[in-house]
Design a protein around this ligand. Structure first.
Ligand code: DLL
Length: 433
């Protein structure tokens, strides 16, 4: 089943016409309603009349997280606060958080794209969904909630945490769909086993996982442990929350809901578009949002994109899984390191778990040190010291080969590293940079 099939399977030429019309409208709208945008456009020397087709989008200036911070809290809004019906906040690592707000129509848009996402993952209106993303200022819980309401699913709004209760609810109410972060899905495997449950016999058949990076190997582990289909959902608070793109059951990339969120892939250094299929930074323009529309917003997420149609029938472009972030990249001794590269190596090694933490430190006048703490099976941990050292060395060599940076590997007992019910914290940077 395809939600909003007419839009989802629209011929590309019609889609382009729709995008062009919507872009011209939204550009005029922000120019007339948001002084920050008027000023940005005036300084770039572009006026709303110059934007007639979606191809004109490259004439417009980018919007960045810095713009949001500079005009915190309400400066980038195109509507007065009285028109907003809900507010969310995305926690940043430094400075002010990012504030986003929704008009009633924006909530309608969110419900719509999330219904499309749920359906894309394989949900049917008669299904029950357990929503174990956090409810609150974080957009995960409520975003899924609105989409599930729109589709007419039965909602179990457990929010995140209280894992034993989550599992009891799953056993008692037998939901077919689970929505939570991928790291929480893995954490629940451990808890289930501890409670004497066989995760392979759970009622969950489809998982909708996102809000943090996760690799193909992590997907394979989740699918095997829970005996479910694990799909990827992407989004960010600034654009709407979850509901920007979603994988279908074929898992061949995330379908971007591009009639409302127009995607571009650019070279983060030059700002120029990259060729189809090349990695670059995802930039999104909200084509219909009213409260806080964003023009060419730089997500800092790195993906590639294809416009090849998908066998599921949807025609919108698809992105790869998120490969990293322009700012999540850790620079160690001048070399760029992404946590996903380390995760990939670990998942290929028998006996290690995708629970790991990267600790970077710098002693006075010394080079940066990278220590990778890796959880291993009980079995390996209680083995002879000699075997453990050999495994440490193997992991160290494999990671060094991939990163070209020397690292120290430390095996730790199962469940030593802090677990997260929401987004996992993979990097601890102790350097005062
Ligand atoms: O994480 C929205 C969301 C909630 C998405 C629930 C999916 C499910 P923020 O807290 O603003 O919003 O964080 C957005 O999280 O720029 C990415 O770096 C990362 N992210 C989100 N989804 C994925 C994903 C929500 N599927 C930031 N894969 C984004 C990798 C993701 N990273």
């Amino acid at each position: 089943m395809i939600w909003k099939e007419d839009i989802e399977t629209m011929p590309l030429e019609d889609l382009k016409n729709l995008q062009s019309e919507r872009l011209a409208n939204i550009v005029r709208y922000v120019y007339e309603n948001c002084p920050v945008y008027k000023d940005k456009f005036d300084r770039t020397g572009v006026s709303p009349g110059d934007v007639r087709s979606i191809d004109d989008i490259t004439r417009l200036p980018f919007t960045t997280k810095l713009d949001m911070r500079d005009h915190y809290p309400f400066g980038l809004f195109s509507r007065p606060r009285t028109d907003l019906v809900e507010i969310h906040v995305s926690s940043g690592t430094t400075g002010n958080p990012t504030l986003v707000g929704y008009t009633r129509d924006d909530i309608g848009l969110w419900s719509d794209v999330m219904a499309r996402a749920l359906c894309c993952a394989g949900a049917e209106p008669e299904d029950t969904i357990q929503i174990a993303y956090g409810y609150g200022l974080f957009t995960g819980g409520l975003g899924f909630h609105y989409g599930a309401l729109e589709m007419g699913l039965t909602i179990i709004p457990t929010s995140s945490g209280q894992t034993k209760r989550q599992l009891k609810i799953m056993q008692d109410f037998t939901p077919r769909i689970l929505a939570c972060t991928p790291s929480y899905a893995l954490y629940m495997v451990e808890e289930a086993k501890e409670m004497g449950l066989d995760p392979r016999r759970s009622s969950w058949e489809i998982g909708i996982f996102g809000a943090e990076p996760w690799s193909e190997s992590m997907r394979a582990e989740i699918e095997a442990e829970w005996n479910m289909l694990a799909t990827d959902v992407y989004g960010l608070s600034e654009i709407i929350g979850p509901g920007v793109s979603q994988e279908c059951h074929l898992k061949q990339g995330l379908h971007v809901f591009s009639d409302v969120f127009y995607p571009e892939i650019i070279d983060p250094e030059t700002g120029q578009p990259v060729a189809e299929g090349q990695d670059g930074e995802l930039v999104i323009t909200t084509l219909t949002k009213q409260g806080i529309p964003l023009i060419r917003y730089r997500t800092r997420d790195i993906v590639s994109m294809t416009t090849e149609p998908c066998a599921c029938g949807r025609t919108s472009p698809r992105t790869s899984k998120i490969k990293g972030r322009t700012d999540d990249m850790i620079v160690v001794r001048g070399i760029n390191v992404f946590p996903s590269q380390i995760e990939h190596v670990l998942l290929g090694i028998e006996g290690t778990h995708p629970h790991y933490q990267i600790v970077i430190d710098r002693q006075a006048h010394q080079l940066d040190s990278v220590q990778i703490m890796v959880e291993v099976d009980e079995r390996i941990f209680s083995d002879e010291i000699k075997k453990m050292r050999a495994l440490e060395r193997q992991i160290q060599h494999e990671i060094q080969a991939v990163l070209s940076v020397s690292v120290e590997v430390k095996l730790v007992e199962p469940k030593t590293l802090e677990r997260s019910m929401g987004k996992a914290k993979r990097v601890v940077d102790k350097r005062s940079l």
